[in-house]
Design a protein around this ligand. Structure first.
Ligand SMILES: [Zn+2]
Length: 372
């Protein structure tokens, strides 16, 4: 096993000083080994995943590895330099408001074109052919990402960042994008057809997402392969391969905990073990896991401006009609509207709430995995 490090320049300040991201390559030394890509902190204030990658790099040399790794612990050199007051303004581009996790590249027509190009080719059912299709399709995906960054008219900063990261991730068979919520419990976004696999991360809450692109890295990574698989299936071709991709939300932003990062790492290693990618990993204590379809993962927007006390915390179970927060409005302190109660519209599990007590009308107060 060998670990190498590269400093990849993605940004420069106006004096031309390069601002890079460290990329760690872990090579297991086996020919034809699969590849795992893990990045953290594309939303720059979401740093727990960086601590998890630290733990991984410390721990991987003790394990049996059947896979290579590409590990990017602080993948957003733009977001990580934007501060607002005491905090990183790391979720959005401060100039444009663009979400740093919404500009990955996906082009459905590329899948169609690729499928058409296979028309008439012989022995598609040959197992050796699957390998060739995987390699050709990966090349096509890779090239389409590369071509975009070379266009005459340029691309916006979030696109640039996302495409550069995607050009690393596209090489991998498994993509794990480490995030956190604002004030949040641990949860994982899993493609609906991979939910049983996602359980092995041992994270209490799984949000099951459909095969629908909304700009994020996990979707951009698994959807083209899923469509390829379905397209080949329609042609009567048996094709097993698919890229697995997950977005893992490791608690709250602006915070790291190395003890918890060790536990988070154990969950990731447990998943990798069941995929046959690592051996000798520490055992986990299995958690109870709740799976919620994305359509039942609801946002509660504030109807009031004011100062909020969050009574229901991330991870709490709540009942329909339960008072989950209270809002103070100092203009009404002399009457009964000075303190308003906010009730949960549904029973479910509180996944996260807004990090600040100061809210306005329309602020995302809570996100709740509701009971369907
Ligand atoms: Zn995030």
């Amino acid at each position: 096993m060998k670990i190498t490090k590269e400093l990849l320049t993605l940004n420069q300040d106006i004096a031309g000083q390069e601002i890079g991201i460290p990329v760690y390559y872990v090579n297991c030394g086996k020919d034809d080994a699969p590849s795992v890509y893990i990045q953290s902190a594309v939303h720059a204030a979401e740093m727990q995943g960086s601590a998890v990658i630290f733990q991984l790099l410390t721990f991987l040399p003790k394990l049996g590895l059947n896979t290579n790794f590409i590990l990017v612990p602080n993948c957003n050199p733009f977001g990580r330099t934007q501060r607002a007051g005491e905090y990183l303004q790391g979720r959005f581009d401060a100039t444009t408001g663009n979400n740093w996790n919404r500009f990955y590249h996906y082009d459905e027509s590329l899948v169609t074109k690729f499928l058409n190009s296979l028309e008439g080719s012989e022995s598609l059912n040959d197992k050796a052919n699957e390998k060739r299709i995987v390699s050709d399709f990966r090349f096509a995906l890779s090239k389409s990402i590369e071509d975009l960054t070379k266009g005459e008219w340029g691309i916006n900063t979030a696109q640039y960042l996302n495409h550069k990261l995607q050009s690393l991730a596209v090489k991998a068979d498994l993509v794990i994008d480490l995030h956190t919520g604002p004030s949040s419990t641990r949860h994982i976004y899993s493609p609906d057809f991979l939910v049983e696999h996602a359980r092995r991360f041992n994270i209490e809450n799984i949000i099951s997402i459909p095969c629908k692109f909304a700009g994020a890295l996990d979707e951009a990574s698994f959807i083209p392969w899923r469509l390829l698989q379905q397209g080949l299936c329609e042609k009567g071709v048996e094709f097993q391969y698919g890229v697995k991709a997950f977005t893992v939300e490791l608690g709250s932003q602006e915070n790291i905990c190395l003890t918890q990062a060790y536990e988070d790492m154990k969950g990731i290693l447990n998943f990798l073990n069941t995929e046959g990618l690592v051996t000798g990993n520490p055992k986990i204590d299995a958690n109870d896991i709740t799976v919620t379809a994305l359509k039942n993962y609801k946002t509660l927007f504030s109807k009031h401006a004011g100062m909020v006390e969050y009574l229901a915390k991330a991870g709490d179970k709540v009942e329909k009609g339960q008072t989950i927060a209270r809002v103070l409005n100092s203009l009404e302190f002399d009457n009964d509207r000075g303190l308003l109660e906010i009730k949960s519209p549904s029973s479910g599990i509180v996944i996260l709430h807004y990090p600040s007590a100061a809210v306005q009308v329309g602020t995302q107060l809570y996100k709740i995995a509701t009971d369907a």
